[in-house]
Write a protein that binds this ligand. Structure first.
Ligand code: CDP
Ligand code: MG
Length: 689
C-alpha cells in the first residue's frame, strides 16, 4: 500500500515538473503560518524595544512559546547582525543546539551553516556568513579562550538558564565582566580581536521557570520580560503503589495508552541512551505479538549522542494512522518542544552528576526528579490541546520530591571550569562572582587535582605549556593530560581512540534475549588486559574492515557496511559512529597543537603504563575478600559485571567510571602493576618501603 502511494507520487512528479517547487512554496507557507501562530509573534516590536533599551534583559516564558527559535530572527531583522556581527544563543545540551539550528535554518529558508549554524563540541557547522549561531554553553566558554571579549557577538542569549548547568553559571559571571569591559572600551579597536571594532554587548538571559528573580537580582535589578504561553489542561495520574521496575511500568503504560486512549503522540521520559534503546527494542518486540491493526505505533528515540540524520525524525508527524512514541531524556522537558504530544509518561527519575569533594569522586547516578521537573514534564502534554500525564510513582512520593534541582556547580567536579577560568586569566577563583558559590572544599579539591595533573604550578598559576594545552583541548583535564602523556609514551594514536571510545555511552549492545550469542560473537575483541584495550580492538577491527571496502564506495554505502558489521558483532553502531567522529576531531586538535600522532603498534605494555601514568587518581586494589579499594578515596568498590575483567579480578586496576546502583561499581578498566603507580606518579604515591 505504502509502496503504491510512493510510486504514484514519483510518477506525478515526472509528469508535472513544477510540483517540487509548488511543494516548497506550500512548505514555506506552512512555516510562515506556524511562526505567526506562536505566542511570541505578537511581541516582536515590544521585545526589540526592550532589548534596545536594556543592556541586560531577562526573558521568561512558557516552553514552546517561540523564544529560542524566534527571538534570534527578530534580532536579525532589527539589524543586530550588521557589519558581520553575530547573535549567539547558548543551550545546555548539544542536541537542542543542533535541532533548533536546523529548524531555524529551515524557517529562514537557508542552508544550515550559512546565515544560521550551530557549533557544539566535536561538530561545528558555522561559516563566515553565519549570523545566528546556536551552540552549547560549553562551546561559548571555550570560544572565550580565543577571543576574550567575544567581540564577534553583538548579542549573546543564554538560553535555558534555569537549568543552571555549570557552564551556564560560569558564563553568567563571565559575560557580566565581558560586558563591562566592552562598554569601557566603547567604540575602540582592540588588539587581539583581529582589528575588529568592539561595540557594547547586549545580554539576554532566557528561562522557562517562573522564578526569574534570582537572575534579576544577580544582575543588579535587571528588567524582566514575560512572554505569555498557551497551555491546555492536563489530567495527572499517579500509580497506586511504587513501581519496582520503572522501565517495565513505562512499557505497560505506553501500550495501555495505545490501546485505550484517543489519538495523539506519547512522550516518555527516561534516563539515558542505553535505557532508551532498550525500551525502543522492547516496544518493537511487543508490537510483533499484536494483531496487525494494533501495530501502528512508531517508537522514536531522542538523546544527546543520536546521529545527526536521525535527530529530526521526532519532529516529523507520524505516518497517517500511526501514533508516535518519543523516548527521550530530560532534553524534552524544556529545551525542545515536539509537536503533537498528548500523553506524557514520566519515569520520575533522571541521570545526574553527584560529586563528593572529600572523596574526590564523581558519580553519574539515577536520581528522583524535582517537583519543578515533574510539573514541567506534565506540561508537555498540554501544548497542542487537552492532555494526560502518567507518573510512574504514587502521589505521596511526588510531595516528597525536592522543589527544584540543585545547580550543577554545587554537585560536580570543578577542575574543568577552574582550568578554563585560569586560562582566561581569572586567578582568584575563591573570590569569583559566581551566582551560587561552589563550596570552598570543592574549589580547593579541584585546584589540588589540577596541580597533581600538572596543569597548575606550585603557586596555582597556569602551567606552561601543559596547562595551556589542557585548557585548549575540549576534554576533561584528565583526558587532555592523558593525550599529552601519550605523546611522550609514543602511543598517542591508541590514546586518541580510547578517549574517543570513553566519550560515548554503551559501545556494546546486549539484547536481553540474545545475551549469550552477543558474548560469544564478541569474544575475539576481548583483551585480558581490560576494557580499554578491548575497545581499542573493536575500533581497529572496524577500521580495517572499512578500509578494505572503502575504495570505490560512496559514504552512504560505507555507513551501511558499518551498520551491518556492528549488528553482526553486537556493537552499538550509533555509539561507534559518534566515537569515530570524536576521534577525527581530537586528532585534528592535537595535530594543530603540533603533536605528531605516533602509534606503539603491538607494545601494549607501554600503553598500559601510559594509562597508569595518566589515570593514577583512579586506581583500585583488590582486597583479601575479593572487593576492591579505590586508592584515592578509600572506598570499597566492585568490578561491574559488564567489564571484561569481572571474572579474572586482577590485583590492581585503573578505572574510568564509578557508578552507584545497589552498590558502588567501577567500570572501563585496565589491569596494571601496582608498582607502576609509585614509579609513574611518585608525587602522589610513595612505595611503602
Ligand atoms: O523556546 P521556546 O520553548 O519558547 O519555543 P521554541 O523552541 O522556539 O519552539 C517554538 C515552536 O517551534 C514549538 O511549537 C515547536 O514545536 C516548534 N519546533 C518545531 O516544530 N521543530 C523544531 N525542530 C523546533 C521547534
Ligand atoms: Mg527554548
Amino acid at each position: 500500500m505504502a509502496q503504491g502511494e510512493l510510486k504514484s507520487s514519483v510518477l506525478n512528479r515526472k509528469r508535472n515538473p513544477k510540483s517540487p517547487v509548488a511543494s516548497r512554496s506550500s512548505k514555506r507557507q506552512k512555516i510562515a503560518e506556524h511562526r505567526k501562530s506562536l505566542p511570541i509573534a505578537s511581541e516582536e516590536e515590544r521585545l526589540i524595544e526592550a532589548v534596545q533599551k536594556n543592556d541586560i534583559l531577562i526573558i521568561v516564558g512558557e516552553t514552546g512559546s517561540g523564544k529560542t527559535t524566534q527571538l534570534p530572527q527578530f534580532l536579525f531583522n532589527a539589524g543586530f547582525c550588521r557589519e558581520g556581527k553575530m547573535v549567539g544563543i547558548t543551550q545546555p545540551r548539544r542536541i537542542a543546539a543542533l535541532t533548533i539550528a536546523k529548524r531555524v535554518a529551515e524557517e529562514c529558508d537557508v542552508r544550515l551553516g550559512q546565515k544560521v549554524g550551530y557549533s557544539v563540541r566535536f561538530d561545528d557547522t558555522t561559516s563566515s556568513s553565519t549570523r545566528l549561531k546556536y551552540m552549547t554553553d560549553g562551546f561559548l566558554l571555550r570560544e572565550a579562550l580565543v577571543d576574550r571579549l567575544l567581540s564577534r557577538y553583538s548579542v549573546i542569549i543564554i538560553d535555558e538558564a534555569h537549568e543552571r548547568t555549570v557552564h551556564t553559571d560560569v558564563l553568567l559571571a563571565l559575560l557580566k565582566k565581558v560586558q563591562r569591559e566592552r562598554s569601557e572600551i566603547g567604540g575602540g579597536v582592540l588588539r587581539g580581536c583581529q582589528g575588529r571594532k568592539v561595540s557594547p554587548l547586549k545580554l539576554i538571559i532566557m528561562s522557562a521557570s517562573l522564578d526569574a528573580r534570582v537572575f534579576c537580582d544577580y544582575y543588579g535589578g535587571a528588567k524582566d520580560f514575560r512572554v505569555e504561553g498557551r497551555q491546555f489542561d492536563v489530567d495527572i495520574f499517579y500509580t497506586v503503589h511504587p513501581e519496582t521496575d520503572y522501565v517495565d511500568a513505562a512499557l505497560n503504560t505506553i501500550f495501555q495508552i495505545h490501546s485505550e486512549e484517543e489519538e495523539g503522540d506519547i512522550l516518555v521520559f527516561l534516563t539515558g541512551q542505553e535505557e532508551i534503546e532498550s525500551v525502543e527494542r522492547l516496544v518493537q518486540e511487543k508490537l510483533k505479538h499484536l494483531p496487525e491493526d494494533e501495530r501502528k505505533l512508531l517508537p522514536l528515540a531522542i538523546f544527546s549522542a543520536l546521529p545527526s540524520e536521525q535527530q529530526m525524525r521526532v519532529f516529523a508527524p507520524a505516518p497517517i494512522g500511526f501514533r508516535k512514541v518519543v523516548l527521550a531524556t530530560n532534553i524534552a522537558e524544556t529545551s525542545i518542544t515536539i509537536p503533537g504530544i498528548r500523553y506524557v509518561v514520566d519515569s520520575g527519575v533522571v541521570k545526574a552528576r553527584t560529586y563528593d569533594p572529600n572523596k574526590g569522586m564523581e558519580t553519574l547516578d539515577v536520581v528522583p526528579v524535582s517537583k519543578a521537573q515533574a510539573i514541567q514534564r506534565s506540561g508537555r502534554a498540554g501544548r497542542d490541546g487537552y492532555g494526560k500525564s502518567f507518573h510512574l510513582y504514587p502521589e505521596r512520593d511526588f510531595w516528597k520530591l525536592e522543589d527544584s534541582t540543585k545547580p550543577e556547580i554545587k554537585r560536580c567536579n570543578l577542575s574543568n571550569v577552574i582550568l578554563q577560568l585560569k586560562a582566561l586569566g581569572i586567578d582568584d577563583i575563591l573570590g569569583f562572582d559566581f551566582i551560587d558559590k561552589p563550596s570552598r572544599s570543592a574549589i580547593v579539591k579541584a585546584l589540588a587535582e589540577l596541580h597533581l595533573l600538572g596543569a597548575l604550578t606550585d603557586d596555582c598559576k597556569l602551567a606552561k605549556p601543559a596547562g595551556e594545552q589542557m585548557a585548549r583541548l575540549p576534554l576533561e583535564p584528565v583526558y587532555s593530560r592523558a593525550l599529552i602523556l601519550a605523546n611522550q609514551f609514543n602511543c598517542l594514536e591508541e590514546m586518541l581512540i580510547i578517549v574517543a571510545m570513553l566519550s560515548v555511552e554503551s559501545i556494546f549492545y546486549d539484547p536481553r534475549q540474545k545475551r549469550e550469542e552477543a558474548r560469544t560473537s564478541r569474544n575475539h575483541f576481548v583483551s585480558v588486559e581490560g576494557d580499554h584495550l578491548t575497545y581499542l580492538s573493536v575500533y581497529r577491527e572496524l577500521d580495517e574492515f572499512l578500509e578494505e571496502r572503502k575504495a570505490e564506495k560512496s559514504e552512504a554505502k560505507v555507513e551501511k557496511i558499518m551498520r551491518k558489521w556492528c549488528k553482526v558483532n553486537f556493537v552499538n553502531s550509533r555509539s561507534l559512529k559518534h566515537a569515530r567522529d570524536i576521534y577525527r576531531q581530537i586528532r585534528g586538535n592535537v595535530e594543530q597543537m603540533g603533536f605528531n600522532v605516533s602509534s606503539c603498534g603491538n607494545d601494549m605494555l607501554e600503553y598500559r603504563r601510559c594509562i597508569a601514568a595518566s589515570f593514577f587518581l583512579k586506581a583500585a586494589q583488590r582486597q583479601m575478600d575479593g572487593t576492591y579499594r579505590a586508592l584515592e578515596s578509600g572506598e570499597i568498590v566492585h568490578i561491574h559485571p559488564s567489564s571484561v575483567l569481572f571474572r579474572s579480578k586482577p590485583e590492581c586496576v585503573i578505572f574510568d567510571e564509578l557508578m552507584q546502583t545497589s552498590q558502588k561499581y567501577i567500570n572501563n578498566l585496565t589491569r596494571i602493576d601496582p608498582l607502576w603507580l609509585a614509579e609513574l606518579a611518585p608525587h602522589h604515591y610513595k612505595t611503602e618501603e
